[in-house]
Design a protein around this ligand. Sequence first.
Ligand code: TYD
Ligand code: MG
Length: 465
Amino acid sequence: MARTRSIYRCGECGGEGPQWTGRCGGCGAWNTIVEECSRESASSSGLLPSAPSRAVPIADVESEGWEPRPVGIGELDRVLGGGLVAGSVTLLGGEPGIGKSTLLLQALSALAGNGARCLLACAEESAQQVRMRAARLGALRSNLWLVADTDLSAILAHAATVAPDVLVVDSIQTVFDPDLASAPGSVGQVRECAHRLVRAAKDAGRATILVGHVTKDGTLAGPRVLEHTVDTVLSFEGERHHALRLLRAVKHRFGPTSELGLFEMTDDGLTGVPDPGRLFLSDRQAHAPGSVVVPTLEGHRPLVVELQALVAKSALATPRRSAQGLDSGRLAMVSAVLEERVGVSLAGADVYALAVGGVRVVEPGADLALALALVSSVTGCALPPDLVACGEIGLCGELRQVSQTGRRLAEAARLGFGRAVVPASAPEPPAGFEVLRASTLVEALARAGLSLEAKPVGFPRAVSA
Ligand code: TYD
Ligand code: MG
């Protein structure tokens, strides 16, 4: 028989203590401790199968049936390292409305189409809503079962009856265990429900995917508490106003975490974007001042992205610095280096910088392209249309090499670019590709054909020029 007792749990880190405190001793957050009733039972603490364990030589451990099973959606399989492993538990996290339910419905449809038995436990929408969406996405399969329920015990009972190969629970914040006193969505509920689902997944050898909503500032702490409970954590990201969606593995016990999956949200659901270069560059005005292309890396995947900068005279006492899809700290740093080491005055100017296409470029490898875009906007000189730039800028105005320059340049070459401004120490480029080496930012500007003498630097600048 289960016993209940009160425990006090932090809503941020999930740490627990015997009494209420104003500040969590684990993570230091204030006012995050809430009282919960916890049910203690011998079997509820562990994550491993409840069958008696046995020690065996490692080579004798049964591995058959633990190979990944391809889902049938290329971009998803790429991130999963081949597919779903039986008995594994995956958490798909992302902001509300980003497309998690859509992605999983399409995934289950693809799996069911390949003969897997699938069960979708929907705790957020009614069965009719999900059916209508499935009909629209062409996901009505005889092997795809659906239950709309929020009671975890009921969901587990349905899973035992249907015996699916793959179970999806959408979402972990809306299912609840009625035996627990705490409210659905509370850290205690989310943790306990996830533990039970993980145990059931391991016992039945069934791949399980849990959906978890997270907001940008991480206020819904539930999924973060789960990260060590599950085998794989996938993060689904994107700008709400753009169609592009990025899927990456934050944690993966069965494969690498460096792969990136790219999707586009369309009226027919999510479609994979196997060649993102063309998507990012399709509307580019190559001869416009302020536009520079950077071959960046997302995990192992090279992405060729256009950066744009606009330096405009400001009417504000404190000029604006706006970075969209870029790190504002790096924009500030690059601006300061341009002012102090190159002599480009940005005082009295609003500075807008943007990574085109809804992608976030935060790596230091984009520093050089950002600096070139800023100077190009200030001087009104466009860069040659076949030129890309990659390199990190140091505070002394020196250029530093970034990782995997060869792969970056190869991708740029594939998309039709022929030249790159790179740090002096960069490795040899792919055959037929020209590199313009520079050891400082001043040299790089000259190599890119941006002459600071040709036009007045900074402001005031003739608008008609
Ligand atoms: P959804 O999968 O419900 O998001 P989540 O489960 O992450 O909360 O998707 C929500 C958005 O996706 C919704 O605003 C509408 C859009 N959408 C499309 O643009 N096309 C489609 O075919 C579908 C199903 C959704
Ligand atoms: Mg949803």
